[in-house]
Unconditional design. Sequence first.
Length: 478
Amino acid sequence: MAPTATAQQDTPPAPQPAAEVPTLQEAGALLQQGDLQAASVAYAKIVLAQPENAQAWQMLGYSLHMSGDLDRALRVHTKAATFDAVRPIALYNIACVHALQGRADEAFAFLEQAVEAGFNDPNQYGSDADLRSLHSDPRWVALGRKLQGLEVGEPAFESQEWTEAEPTEAAEAAALKKRGRTVALASVPVEQQFDFWLGEWDVAMNGDFVTEWKVAKELDGKVIRQSGPYSMTVVNFEPTTGKWHMTWMSTEGHHDVLVGAREGDAMVMHQKVVREEAGAIGRWTLHDIHKNYFATKWELSRDNGKTWTTEATMECWRKGAAQEASASAAGIERYEFLLGEFSVEYKAMMPDQSWVAGKGSCSAKRMDNGAIVEKQKLTQEDGTVWEGVTTRSLDPESGRILVNWTSADGQVSVDSKAALENGKVVEISGGEDQYGAFRDRLYFTEIDSAGYSVWLDRYYTESGTTIEGLYRARYSRK
């Protein structure tokens, strides 16, 4: 779907008599924060008070659409299509609803109308998951040819976006789900185009986790400030020029000034004078923007903008997004956060109820059959080594995730049941020791781009005693 909102009905419910009508900016802020219900209510109040406000109708449809209320979204999209200013995108969103609800004929009919009305970006059509059910239809290729301006006989859909998704690409689908909805800057009021940056972020530069950002509005919402342990950035919009102004400062005394605006689906900030290289110009691009993710690249040009060289890249993940995505994922994709190599620090209670600390390493890979295999080697302070392999796989008959840990020598094997409890991934197993029969619950928490934590509670069924945190560990991505 293209950035638009979803409405509750053609004539939205009346607000409370004493309630003030919110502004588009206030409603947009709720949307940027991911509060779809509050955003829908705000936009509904606006269209009730301003029934000719085309943008409000459009964004009301978008918020409802994104919240999954497709029936009411369809009615609002249809209303929005009566306004010339938003008709192209409204027609496209009507098609998206029909596609999601299995009405291919209606979907293609409205896609044709959207193209004729001027909504004709091939990348939007090709990358929109709402339209994926149409990819196997011959009309999809014909539509692609029309969008790409190809004549009969010319090859179409060379880009991956236009190929039908393979069932084996579950990992990619899970990664996209973790990123959250796409933020389409073209539909965001210009003075709110940096609002996607608000919040707390884990930041990786050139693939390595390096820092954390906190981004908030100040000075009555007119200034956005990013703060971190090594730098600070201040951004504000200048309405007379329509440009964003950015000032970056570091703990090393560096100071850079950039000016820019939206370019397509990215925010591009230009630097006329580059501190570290005389005669060069620079630009910082924030792109691939989603609710929970965006990427950046810093480029230099030494020929006055004719060619550019990428000097650094960053990936930014909203804090908490990984754990949220894990809890909402289906099947084995729930364990995507385990993939990679990690260093481990832990503390465990021994049978005599004494505590021991230890360190180790862990690595997990996805196998050709879809299973995730995790190898772990932990060494306690007293020299004791724990080494084993955990295999997590999907049982095609029951649809359940099967979990098995086997020691490196093959002498011990423990089966667990995977579940979700209060939004956390949990593995439940049982056993018996000198204190009696017990049931263990292993929780995965604090999941982010830097790693994850593990917490084990043990419940003794006969005595009713619970030992909390019997094993506590932090897995830090290498």
